[in-house]
Design a protein around this ligand. Structure first.
Ligand SMILES: [Zn+2]
Ligand SMILES: [Zn+2]
Length: 296
């Protein structure tokens, strides 16, 4: 699950949209219509479920230009699907707004703007390199190692650099992309305890291959420490960490297929200790509404 907003001089760049993205933006005092650029690392549900809500509310909040959306092949379909999902309300809203705006001087233009605010211009990306360059910032992408097409992104501006890994197995391309970055926001999906536990138990062929497949698209906490150290990043934010509850759920699930439970309960302190074996401070474990300043 991921949702990161990079603010540069009041302009918002959004990376993935997990559930509650809109609520968290509004709670943080960020006007949704200030976010004109959206980047999707990949199209797994835990990275896009907040998009249909955002896409709808952006126009309601007064956006009059289409959002620009970047993501892997399939992003166009996802965006079209969200529009279809919202179609009943989208159809009705301009008429409602027309009534509201009937006293306004540029009524026609305003209604037209509301319609445009529902739209998104999609650019699907199929390889690495610069995907967007403006006077204020440059966004560069690199493909990463996940079970579906997936990208890491780097933003450079006069304030510094931020890298978002997306979901990925440990990747030297991410190390290159993140070299000397001010902030690296990187996934860590496998706690050290669960990973070690899984490696030490007997699994059926099917379960082992499911596990290997899943493992191959994600990073462990210790591996994340190594990546951050190698890339010499100034701040590290770990996201996608297994929670205590999710580890217990996995344990329950596996209990039905295994004679002994492979997991120990994992706490925040374990994640921190595992990452810090290779990367010291400043380290943050991602939380809703967390604010990280880029640069000093
Ligand atoms: Zn994910
Ligand atoms: Zn994923």
């Amino acid at each position: 699950m991921l949702s990161v907003t990079v603010l540069i001089d009041g302009q918002g760049l959004q990376f993935d949209m997990a559930t509650y993205t809109l609520e968290h933006l509004m709670d943080a005092g960020i006007d949704p219509k200030r976010i004109d650029y959206l980047f999707f690392t990949h199209l797994h549900a835990d990275h896009i479920l907040g998009y249909p809500e955002y896409a709808f509310m952006r126009s309601v909040w007064g956006a009059t230009e289409p959002a620009r959306v970047f993501g892997p092949i399939g992003t166009g379909n996802m965006v079209a699907g969200a529009r279809q999902f919202n179609s009943v309300h989208i159809k009705a809203l301009p008429e409602f707004m027309e009534n509201v705006l009937s006293e306004g001087k540029n009524r026609g233009a305003q209604v037209e703007g509301i319609r445009r605010g529902f739209d998104s211009e999609v650019k699907e990306i199929d390889g690495g390199g610069v995907v967007l360059e403006t006077d204020a910032f440059t966004v560069t992408a690199t493909p990463v190692l996940h079970s579906v097409p997936s990208f890491a992104f780097r933003v450079d501006s006069r304030y510094g650099s931020v890298v978002v890994s997306g979901d990925t197995a440990p990747s030297l391309d991410v190390v290159d992309l993140a070299m000397n970055a001010d902030v690296l926001i990187h996934e860590a999906t496998l706690s050290e305890l669960s990973w070690r536990g899984m490696n030490n138990i007997k699994l059926s062929e099917g379960l082992r291959s499911d596990y290997e497949k899943n493992r191959s698209g994600h990073t462990s906490t210790v591996e994340l420490g190594k990546i951050a150290r190698r890339a010499k990043v100034k701040k590290l934010v770990a996201y996608h960490l297994p929670t205590f509850a999710s580890e217990l759920a996995s344990q329950q699930m596996l209990k039905t297929q295994l004679s002994s439970a492979p997991f120990s309960s994992t706490l925040k302190a374990d994640h921190i200790a595992a990452i810090k074996r290779y990367y010291k401070d400043p380290l943050y474990l991602a939380e809703p509404m967390m604010v990280i300043k880029v640069g000093d």
